[in-house]
Design a protein. Structure first.
Lengths: 396, 396
């Protein structure tokens, strides 16, 4: 577990009772010293109480702790929900003797139910008592909902001669689509960095990772990605103009993409991870529209589940995507197997080869629209019987 | 079957072999005399050969016949596909001794495969031989793909003292979403009407029927709604300014809504028909965005399948819809059971009553955003295990 430690960070998780007695459902991450903090949150108009509170508390660009629970999302919970959010963070602030404003919170679970403050009152002293440098792994387990595996990633990068470490965790398996989803992600790092630079890098990393994945096309009220950077690596603090910013940015982007792909692989009912690559769009925006529409099509995703190289559904999705192209120019390949050339299928022999590609657990769909130089890479999963089973029965 | 006859129209269907030997898969509808014709077609950029051909042939606003096949969509079939479309219509024109331009065609089925002209060559003389005033019912069977029932509707309306009859048929069960879907609909009527007026009325009727339904959010390459009006009712031809236009428009709108709801009821795997009503949006456009987003959400639709009154998913969909509202103002009811008032759930007693509503085969979700006077009604179905089964195995 040494791998998932970052200098200056401690964490712990407990069974608070919010999600029943048998599982970890509350976690606390604490930084020994004030950390530079940045966040990216749901674009939904309907925002959960933790999202509203964190957005306000990140105005000063600093934080010391993240308190997180699973089981209840504290969304659509009105004034009582906001009061609960504030009170729970106050228990943490009092216990750690830090400012309330330095405590960020996150919740995930069922929308529309109220949190029981008694659970927090009892759990938080235990969490503080149990804080340890090994604790991040347990927190990654405590944030799981329909996730079947805990999701963590680690990167080490040299910044101006100093080794910098990043440890990330995430959760999410359904209600996943671009613009954040029912997903939480926390990244802890010891890099020294200016807040404006950190915020910009986090947004950029999210745009190419968490905002490029889809499981079911639904966006949640609680999506939050938070990064804490405590500066203990001792590098000259990074700014937007630092020549040393690039390697850290690359490491952060790589880490968030790793976490995002872990979400798709663990998508509710998912059996396959599919990368949809579009090139040759008129511009990057149209490439994104095209890739997103293919990645979100239920018909395409059920065909993936059936291991059916039904390219007609892919071209159907492209046609309604809003991207401009000439249907007589489109090429479509599964991995390296070209199946459609200039809008026409290449026949049954090729189809047999393509079907072999679809039998793999991970493959790519490569689309060339030949209308320009825009490109986009998007990540999706197949749509299985288990997705419906999981979501028809979620609350029962 | 007397009900499904219209003065001046004959029809027939045969087993042409395109879809195997055991089922009706080709139909022909013929009007004794030139009919005023109008059409509304897919908005997809990728349009099937029949859509392109019909659009061109409707430029003169007249037609005599509709030839339709199921099994192969003749989409993404390039120049050979267009040649097949033209040739098949020529067989009909020659056999009936009418102009090629007066023959419209429609296809539905798998995208990307080529039609076998030999099937048409053999079937069309048989179709012409079999034409009868009773034949529309058989055509409605021949156009079925994953449909489990044939779909027809009839209306009789008095226009300026003359009885006018409308008989409609439709098909479609998957790849169904607004802006037309993998759906075909044909309406035969004996009204006398000017072409511009007919086109406008058809567009208006489609906007409130076929363009307000969703099964899986996918739009097809082949969607076509065609109306033929032969004037035999003997009314003074309707124009945009006729005072008699209103009752005909109402009957047409009622007929197309009837057909559209038949599609949703027969949605692939569907077990429930759900009407999503949004009021209180800032304007009708935002009401439509809100209703459509709820109606298309996989999470909402799987909850319907599970008979779970999970309003959190509904408010989640509203939040990402793009419609503006205050989350502390939203009301949500299932039929008459108010479950959310001013953004807050009304508790477990109400939930039990709402669950009873969801156990019905048909119910409504009534949403008040309290932000203005915009409203929209949208029709959807639940999302079941069978949808995935049907679409994972469609071609195998």
């Amino acid at each position: 577990m040494d791998n998932f430690k970052v200098n200056g960070f401690k964490a712990a998780a407990v069974r608070s009772g919010i999600r029943g007695k048998d599982r970890l459902d509350m976690g606390l991450i604490v930084c020994d010293r004030p950390a530079v903090a940045a966040g990216v949150f749901t674009t939904s108009l309907v925002k959960a109480a933790p999202v509203l509170l964190d957005t306000a508390r990140l105005a000063d660009g600093k934080a010391r702790a993240i308190l997180v629970n699973s089981g209840i999302a504290n969304a659509c919970s009105g004034a009582p929900g906001m009061a609960a959010a504030i009170s729970s963070s106050k228990f943490v602030a009092d216990g750690l003797e830090i400012g309330e404003d330095d405590v960020l919170i996150a919740s995930t679970g069922v929308i529309g139910e109220q949190l029981d403050l008694a659970c927090f009152k009892k759990a938080i002293p235990a969490l503080i008592e149990a804080l340890s440098t090994d604790g991040l792994v347990e927190v990654s387990q405590a944030i799981m909902t329909t996730d079947t595996v805990a999701k963590m990633a680690v990167r080490v990068v040299e910044v101006a001669g100093k080794p910098v470490k990043l440890v990330g965790m995430t959760k999410g398996a359904g209600m996943i689509k671009p613009n954040m989803a029912t997903m939480l992600a926390f990244v802890m790092t010891d890099v020294a960095i200016e807040q404006g630079c950190l915020q910009q890098m986090l947004q950029q990393a999210c745009d190419r990772s968490f905002n490029r994945i889809t499981i079911d096309g639904d966006t949640s009220t609680n999506d939050s990605v938070i990064i804490l950077a405590n500066g203990l690596a001792g590098n000259q603090p990074l700014t937007e103009n630092s020549s040393e910013a690039a390697p850290f940015m690359a490491a952060l982007a790589d880490l968030t993409k790793d976490l995002a792909l872990q979400i798709v692989r663990d998508g509710e009912g998912a059996t396959k991870l599919v990368t949809v690559r579009v090139k040759g769009a008129r511009n990057d925006q149209e490439a994104k529209q095209a890739a997103e529409t293919v990645a979100e099509s239920n018909l395409v995703k059920t065909a993936f589940f059936g291991e059916d190289a039904n390219w007609g559904r892919i071209i159907g999705a492209l046609g309604r995507s809003g991207a401009a192209f000439d249907q007589q120019q489109v090429d479509i390949a599964f991995d390296e197997v070209l199946m459609v050339e200039n809008g026409l299928g290449l026949g049954s022999e090729v189809e047999a080869a393509a079907t072999e590609v679809l039998k793999q657990k991970e493959f790519s769909v490569n689309i060339d629209l030949k209308a320009g130089s825009g490109s986009c890479e998007y990540y999706t999963c197949d749509f299985s019987l288990d997705y419906v089973k999981i979501n028809a029965d979620y609350r029962t």
